[in-house]
Design a protein around this ligand. Structure first.
Ligand code: S3P
Length: 449
């Protein structure tokens, strides 16, 4: 299934109702960020990359197709098991057709970086949501490295044609916003450049690209910069060697059953293999500050990525203030945090959320609308969101998902504990990141109809 430029399928609404205690033990699907990167680095390496636990969601499948279109051999060898035979750094071939990334900003932007370091031209496209998202933030540094956009819609939006650099230049780039996508695009282009490419970020963003580049044999150094930042230096033109990648469970997907278990009375669930990279765990820190019972055990690591088992029990939550510097480590989790905040006692203030406006939807507005239509008082003040928690949510609303998987899942989680059912207008986009969300939540006891 793909929602790209093709005519929209009829929407598939769903209602979530107040549920009895959730219980059970599940493993949510593989991490989306790591899955994209494993496919892309596998395609840029020589030899074989064996990936287990790959997220088989639409976003990642579109990246797999793009890698094939660029000349890599990508095969599914079993459930969540994939093998990539790469073409080597700078070895991509010009694709015959436009590369269609569907709903995925990450897939599109990382592959733009990888293509920018190859002497080929490629057309990048996506669905209506992705076509509305800013691409200048990626194209700007890639042009400094010698790539060129030869065609695009206004403001540099998709569809766009990118001509990669014949002789890529290494640069020193200070990212204008904390974004792992911008950082990763520059590093992936920098692979083909002679000499050292440097990315400086004032606020550290997720470092999966750096960790995985090292795992594939690149020389890459990450140092602290200022109080919250990082300086990353990559030595160009390495021979990347195919490697084994075990993809841990996605903490951003785990966020939905975790919040569901916290708000549905008497719940007690276990989630296994959840990735606990500290640049991804801001939600867990925040929920604990709110009084959540989240126990971590069986901590272990694979290819530089730590993971743990989580036990979550229903908890009485209280409102907190979330500082702006925590945003990069929980940027995709504010929607479901806002749901937890609505069930908490007291006010939750989430600061510094400007990046939420340019995600799969304008998540600041969409989250506020999701809460308001279900009787929760919420205010947006500049880049801050303020939720008045009353310990319960009236519900009864119909939530517009705006082609955004995380709005759909957050609203469905809210309905599991609200007084009246909550309905979402379309569940189709859940398949981009968490294809088995609905059956998995039902197995835990969620009442969806
Ligand atoms: C991602 C980075 C984040 C995040 C996205 C995945 C990644 O975007 O929102 O879902 O895998 O690099 P930004 O880096 O643009 O904030």
């Amino acid at each position: 299934m793909t929602h790209s430029a093709s005519p929209a399928a009829p929407p598939t609404p769903l209602e979530a109702r107040k549920s009895a205690a959730l219980s059970g033990r599940v493993r949510v699907p593989g991490d989306k960020s790591i899955s994209h990167r494993a496919l892309i680095l596998g395609a840029l390496a020589v030899g074989e990359t064996r990936i287990t636990g790959l997220l088989e969601g639409e976003d990642v499948l579109n990246t797999a197709k793009a890698m094939q279109a660029l000349g890599a051999q990508v095969d599914r060898t079993g459930d969540f098991a994939w093998v990539v035979r790469g073409v080597g750094v700078a070895g991509f071939a010009a694709p015959k057709n436009a590369l269609d990334f569907g709903n995925s900003g990450t897939g599109c932007r990382l592959v733009m970086g990888a293509v920018a370091g190859c002497p080929i031209s490629a057309i990048f496209d996506g669905d209506a949501s992705l076509r509305g998202r800013p691409m200048r933030r990626i194209v700007d540094p890639l042009e400094l490295m010698g790539a060129r956009v030869t065609e695009s819609r206004d403001g540099g939006r998709l569809p766009l044609t990118l001509q990669g650099a014949r002789d890529p230049l290494p640069i020193v780039y200070r990212t204008p916003v904390a974004s792992a996508q911008i950082k990763s695009a520059v590093l992936l282009a920098g692979l083909s450049a002679p000499g050292v490419t440097t990315v400086i970020e004032t606020e550290a963003s997720r470092d999966h690209t750096e960790l995985m580049l090292r795992h594939f044999g690149a020389q890459i150094v990450s140092e602290n910069e200022g109080s919250h930042g990082r300086k990353i230096t990559l030595t160009g033109q390495p021979e990347l060697q195919g490697a084994d990648v075990v993809v841990p469970a996605d903490p951003s997907s785990a966020a939905f059953p975790i919040v569901a278990a916290l708000i549905v009375a008497q719940s007690d669930i276990v989630l296994t293999d959840v990735m606990t990279n500290p640049l991804r765990t801001g939600l867990f820190t925040t929920l604990r500050e709110m009084g959540a019972s989240i126990e971590e055990s069986e901590v272990r690591g694979d290819a530089g990525e730590p993971m743990a088992q989580f036990r979550i029990r229903a908890s009485n939550l209280r409102g907190v203030e979330v500082p702006p510097e925590r945003a990069p480590s929980m940027i995709d989790e504010y929607l479901v945090l806002a749901v937890a905040a609505a069930f908490a006692e007291g006010t939750t203030i989430m600061r510094g959320l400007q990046e939420l406006r340019v995600k799969e939807s304008d998540r600041l507005e969409a989250t506020a609308a999701m809460l308001r239509v279900n009787g929760v008082k919420v205010e947006i003040s500049g880049d801050d969101m303020i939720v008045e928690g009353k310990g319960h949510v009236p519900g009864g609303g119909l939530v517009a998902t705006h082609m955004d998987h995380r709005i759909a899942m957050s609203a469905l989680v809210m309905g599991l504990a609200s007084d009246q059912p909550v309905t979402v207008d379309d569940t189709a986009f859940i398949a981009t990141s968490f294809p088995d969300f609905i059956p998995m939540m039902r197995r835990l006891g969620a009442d969806f109809s």
